[in-house]
Design a protein. Structure first.
Length: 143
């Protein structure tokens, strides 16, 4: 879809401000970006938020779904009270006022997310499934 997206950027007058970089690593992305702003109305637990925090970047997000479970307002990032322009603007303003602390806020986020998310979540999930299947076999339940 690259051609279509490039055409859309051009037709919207954004081609000078949009970069289609192709595949790059998460570390490369966060080496040149200083914070994640996620003004979502609906969300689960976004991988982009986890990745930003793992790379020690502060997060500014709306307080929807599970965001407050990983972002500590004023400690690891900033939460907007609601998914509205006014609330997101207020959260961005609070971040801007503390921009000189961005590095420390990002590091606090990295420490927090490393406590919450295992280094290899796929293996943890797989091991749990294997134990579950093994326990059903042990009591004679069909698998």
């Amino acid at each position: 879809m690259r051609n279509s997206l490039e055409h859309l950027a051009y037709s919207l007058g954004l081609s000078e401000r949009v970069v289609f970089a192709g595949h790059v690593s998460v570390e490369e992305i966060w080496a040149t970006n200083h914070a994640l702003v996620m003004p979502s109305r609906y969300e689960g637990l976004p991988l982009a938020m986890v990745e930003a925090m793992l790379c020690a970047r502060p997060v500014v997000a709306t307080d929807v779904a599970g965001h407050a479970e990983i972002v500590e307002d004023g400690v690891t990032g900033f939460l907007a009270d609601a998914p509205t322009v006014v609330a997101v603007a207020a959260a961005l303003e609070r971040f801007w006022r503390r921009r000189d602390e961005a590095e420390e806020i990002g590091k606090a986020g990295a420490r927090r997310i490393r406590k919450l998310v295992p280094p290899d979540p796929t293996r943890v999930f797989s091991d749990k499934l294997k134990r579950l299947v093994g326990s059903t076999r042990a009591i004679g339940l069909p698998v």
